[in-house]
Ligand binder design. Structure first.
Ligand SMILES: [Fe+2]
Length: 130
């Protein structure tokens, strides 16, 4: 599925919003690639880059929420930790076998829904603490 960032996803923090847009762009790129052809090397490098970006983004966002004593900070951190756990298991699994198109598409859909839901329900609570 394709994601389209719009103002409903805005947290009020320009850096966090720009990182969310970058995550949407990564997920859209993954969606396009899974509809065409890709090499195993591309898939492996892409997943490593994506996970690295998400990890750094979570770290940054958690720091901002902590600094602003945001009420959603705890819930945010818990959801991040859960997703990183799922992602590292997935990556482990894929790298051991094959980055097949079905698994990558499923992962793309899962992550798209996760980021839409998480951003709209948790991250936008930042608006109340800025
Ligand atoms: Fe978050």
């Amino acid at each position: 599925m394709q994601l389209q960032w719009n103002e409903t996803y805005a947290t009020g923090d320009a850096e966090i919003d720009s990182q969310h847009q970058q995550i949407f762009a990564y997920l859209n790129e993954l969606n396009r690639k899974t509809q065409h052809t890709y090499s195993q090397k591309w898939a492996k490098d892409f997943m490593e880059t994506l996970i690295h970006f998400i990890r750094n983004h979570f770290y940054f966002e958690e720091m901002v929420m902590r600094k602003k004593a945001c009420l959603a900070a705890k819930k945010n951190k818990e959801q991040h930790a859960k997703l990183l756990h799922i992602l590292s298991e997935k990556q482990n699994d894929l790298s051991k076998h094959e980055y097949d198109v079905e698994s990558l598409s499923r992962l793309q859909t899962f992550l798209s829904h996760w980021f839409m839901r998480h951003t709209l329900h948790v991250d936008i609570k930042l608006r109340d603490c800025i």
